[in-house]
Design a binder for this molecule. Structure first.
Ligand SMILES: [Zn+2]
Length: 299
């Protein structure tokens, strides 16, 4: 009986992985998405790294939640190909996507939308590893801030070997510069952090719900087969449907409360979103309410 339970559990786990075969040789934190396309992430809430192998070298999409992840990715690249990492595309400016840039550059050229470098330089903390765990300190050897060498406007295309990467600006959706990476031939979309599955997002003051809804619509309209979110498991366009549903409901409820004359403080105390109680990062709810309140009051 016990053995049958284990067998059933393994079957369920295989089904949950959505048919995405694991890249065993690279380690348990890697998944193969398509031929030559892998995703690294050590935990569900962690940032994802895309590894795309081409006949002329590797393109990385982001560089790891922590520098331990970055080193893991560097080792995986060496196992996959003798060719160098040619480009690192950052999908946002935050450290959990960009700190590892220095491990690959040089020779890699780093790219993100205009504004990324300024935001990264402004937020840089040279002492960021002072209180870090020993394994992070070890992985941080040689660290320096590497900001994008190329900052594009709105849209650009990078061609490496047989692959085409369309870089699309995702406007005001998460950080000061957000990029989605679309591989039209493979129909794989690295969507960045505009919509992350089963998790509340940190909605910063410059992000609006209108921008978030527009981002979901724009990314879904590409009609990708696989969506790799900035954090969380690879999935489908359902990630955008869920995000849209959530923000629409949040805005609806907050608007009704504003119309009933409630203050921001009252809304914070009274608003309930039980449909999303299982989502990660409930502590980010105040920033979500702020965004809905700004939208509902026109501020
Ligand atoms: Zn972020």
């Amino acid at each position: 009986m016990k053995r049958r339970c284990v067998a059933l559990l393994l079957t369920v786990l295989a089904m949950l992985s959505g048919g995405v075969s694991s890249a065993q040789d690279l380690g348990q934190n890697f998944r193969k998405i398509k031929e030559g396309i892998y995703v690294q992430s050590a935990r569900e809430v962690n940032s994802t790294v895309g590894i795309v192998v081409t006949s002329e070298g590797v393109v990385l999409i982001d560089t790891g939640q922590t520098l331990v992840d970055t080193r893991q990715v560097a080792d995986a690249v060496k196992k996959l190909t003798p060719l160098p990492v040619r480009f690192v595309i950052n999908t946002e400016v935050h450290p959990d996507h960009t700190t590892g840039n220095f491990v690959f550059s040089p020779p890699a050229v780093v790219i993100n939308h205009a504004g990324a470098g300024d935001a990264m330089r402004k937020a840089d903390n040279p002492n960021r590893f002072a209180t870090a765990a020993p394994e992070i300190k070890a992985a941080a050897e040689g660290y320096r801030l590497v900001t994008p060498h190329v900052e594009y406007q709105e849209k650009t295309t990078v061609r490496v070997g047989e692959r085409v990467f369309e870089l699309l600006r995702v406007r005001n959706a998460h950080s000061e510069a957000d990029t989605a990476v679309w591989l039209p031939q493979e129909r794989v979309l690295f969507a960045g952090s505009a919509a992350i599955p089963n998790s509340l997002n940190n909605v910063r003051p410059f992000v609006t719900i209108a921008d978030l809804l527009a981002a979901a619509k724009m990314l879904r309209s590409l009609n990708p087969e696989v969506v790799v979110p900035g954090h969380g498991s690879p999935g489908t366009t359902r990630i955008f449907d869920e995000s849209e549903k959530y923000y629409t409901l949040l805005l609806e409820r907050v608007t009704a409360m504003v119309k009933a004359g409630k203050s921001r403080e009252q809304i914070g105390m009274e608003l309930r979103m039980p449909e999303y109680a299982e989502w990660a990062y409930q502590d980010r709810m105040p920033s979500n309410i702020d965004a809905a309140y700004r939208a509902a009051t026109g501020r």
